[in-house]
Ligand binder design. Structure first.
Ligand code: SF4
Ligand code: SF4
Length: 288
């Protein structure tokens, strides 16, 4: 049994691989995508989400905080995150749920118990479990143990990855993974760096090796018009060398914005692309 850092387990997802799926979100990522709709996934450590609209001003958090990190000013309720020592007493005390601790260190057996709950739905729908994040590949050992347990129990597995890891890690999980959901976010390394904080040479090389290994891979391309709109042609041309691989275009949405507010972080407010324009791009570049 291994420990694993996660921030959510979502049941009955129909967007992350075939059929009805349970999605296990690992916490921690080595990319920092400007459009990320799960900003609470980026840091490996537990964090506090603050929802001021739920706060009833009881002051319990101020009293409980040993670091004096909570304050109420004209600007509203603030947490000085530099002072915070991560004891999470404030979250325990806040019965209005205005302070929510996100992230937990759990173990692979507990996660397997959650996965097994929906085995009937998986069997009926052709679904299974998707390990996502964050970047699940950064916690290779617990991931591998979960993949092996699922294989033993006949549960279909998908690994959702941005591929920015050593090839040896992918090679290790490859025999135990039924499907890779592989993100390609830009083709030009400079644009990739501007969008995510890292260049993409390793990501594209890992993709090539994965595709040539015969693994089942679905490519997922986030589409954020202002940031990577110029990249679709290059990605499409690159993927034309892999006609067996399906590529899905995922248009930007703004549903993560409230979580940036709750983390007191600034966020990229992009344009949500028009549905018709997205359909035209899919047709033009042979994406789904
Ligand atoms: S404990 Fe919760 S409800 Fe009370 S003041 Fe703090 S954030 Fe607001
Ligand atoms: S986690 Fe602990 S130190 Fe941090 S703000 Fe809450 S009570 Fe204060």
């Amino acid at each position: 049994m291994q420990t694993v850092n996660i921030f959510n387990i979502q049941h009955f997802s129909v967007h992350d691989g075939p059929g009805v799926r349970t999605v296990v979100f690992f916490k921690g990522c080595n990319l920092h995508c400007r459009w990320c709709h799960n900003p609470e996934s980026i840091h490996k450590e537990k964090e506090i989400l603050l929802y001021p609209d739920r706060c009833i001003g009881c002051g319990a958090c101020v009293k409980q905080c040993p670091a004096g990190a909570h304050s109420f000013t004209e600007g509203g309720h603030r947490i000085d995150r530099n002072k915070c020592i991560h004891c999470f007493r404030c979250c325990e005390e806040c019965y209005a749920d205005a302070l929510v601790c996100v992230g937990e260190e759990t173990d692979t057996e507990t996660v397997m118990d959650e996965i097994r709950r929906n085995k009937g739905y998986f069997d009926h729908s052709g679904g299974g479990v998707t390990f996502s994040g964050g970047e699940c590949m950064l916690q290779t050992e617990p991931l591998l143990e979960l993949l092996k347990s699922c294989r033993r129990e006949g549960i279909h597995t998908a690994v959702d990855t941005a591929g920015n890891v050593p090839w040896s890690s992918l090679e290790e999980v490859l025999p135990w993974t039924d499907l890779f959901l592989y993100d390609i976010k830009a083709f030009d390394p400079k644009v990739h760096k501007a969008c995510t904080g890292v260049t993409n040479e390793r990501i594209l090389e890992n993709f090539r090796r994965l595709a040539e290994s015969g693994a089942a891979v679905t490519v997922r391309i986030p589409y954020v018009p202002e940031l990577n709109g110029t990249q679709l042609e290059g990605i499409s041309s690159f993927l034309s060398g892999y006609p067996q691989i399906r590529a899905e275009l995922l248009p930007y949405h703004s549903m993560g914005n409230s979580k940036y507010h709750a983390l007191e972080e600034t966020f990229f407010a992009g344009t949500v692309p028009d549905k018709k324009a997205v359909e035209q791009l899919k047709k033009k570049y042979h994406f789904y």
